[in-house]
Ligand binder design. Structure first.
Ligand code: MG
Ligand code: MG
Length: 273
């Protein structure tokens, strides 16, 4: 399949889906606490998405059973919701996709339940910063390698590992489209970015080494060294002056602030200028 460039009208539809993803993660985040199961959280997400005349994009995707990917601690991505109970000290990534009006949105956010150690806080801060550093480079005239290398440099400068096996992606009429959006690479190389390219940028950053493996469930990706990983994702549209962020963390941050079970991490506010 060719790389698709989206019209203004299509970008508006992708924004509708992407904003619903943010609202869904925000709704689930209200319920994050010691003792809840990932299966209960998944049910909340599915009900919320369907009540907004949309369909969970992950459910049934290559046979995936959940509406969310919920990845805890050493799980990097693609954790399957189920009987797992969350505990104080866990860091939990919620990754969500929806399709509405034929267009997809995709976003992810990582939360800390209760007290977590300083290195875990730093991992979340740096991973989120990596996301925005990638978005800053997602401007027409730059190349994909500018996005990728900006993410990689920041993660590695902080001593963290950048996952190679999984990457961001084009998104629009399918959940995963061309091009790939790696979180590692060389500035000035790769695809020339043009207005209308819609991509999900999603750094997956490990506290330890970059190495990962897949569990026998056929889905869950875990760090090889069992150290924690974090994951933040936005769906964005490349444009001339700056990228347009189509998903939003605004309501997620509100839930994070108001849910007393969650650790309040001091994040830099990023303005893409
Ligand atoms: Mg995602
Ligand atoms: Mg994605």
């Amino acid at each position: 399949m060719q790389i698709e460039y989206r019209s203004k009208e299509e970008i508006d539809l992708i924004r509708v889906s992407s904003l619903l993803v943010g609202k869904t993660i925000a709704e689930v985040a209200k319920h994050l606490r010691d003792g809840i199961t990932t299966g209960e959280l998944d049910k909340i997400a599915e009900d919320f998405i369907r009540s907004h005349e949309a369909v969970p994009a992950f459910k049934g995707y290559h046979g995936f059973s959940g509406s969310l990917c919920i990845s805890v601690n050493a799980e990097v991505v693609h954790g399957i919701p189920g009987a797992r109970v969350l505990h104080l000290g866990d860091i939990v990534s919620l990754d969500c996709g929806v399709v509405k009006n034929g267009y997809y949105g995709d976003s992810a956010y990582t939360f800390a339940i209760g007290e977590v150690d300083q290195q875990a806080i730093k991992l979340l801060q740096v991973t989120r910063e990596c996301l925005y550093l990638g978005i800053e480079k997602a401007v027409a005239g730059n190349r994909m390698g500018d996005v990728s290398s900006n993410i990689q440099k920041h993660a590695e400068a902080n001593g963290f590992g950048v996952v190679r096996e999984l990457v961001g992606h084009g998104i629009g009429k399918k959940l995963h489209e061309k091009p790939e959006v790696p979180n590692y690479g060389k500035a000035g190389q790769g695809l020339l970015l043009k207005p209308g390219l819609v991509i999900a940028i999603e750094p997956m950053i490990n506290m330890g080494t970059k190495n990962v493996k897949q569990l026998n469930d056929g889905w869950t990706i875990v760090t090889a060294d069992q150290k924690p990983a974090a994951h933040f994702e936005h769906t964005i549209a490349v444009d001339n002056v700056k990228a347009e962020i189509l998903s939003s963390f605004e309501e997620i941050e509100k839930s994070e602030k108001e849910n007393l079970n969650l650790y309040k991490i001091d994040y830099k506010q990023h303005i893409i200028a």
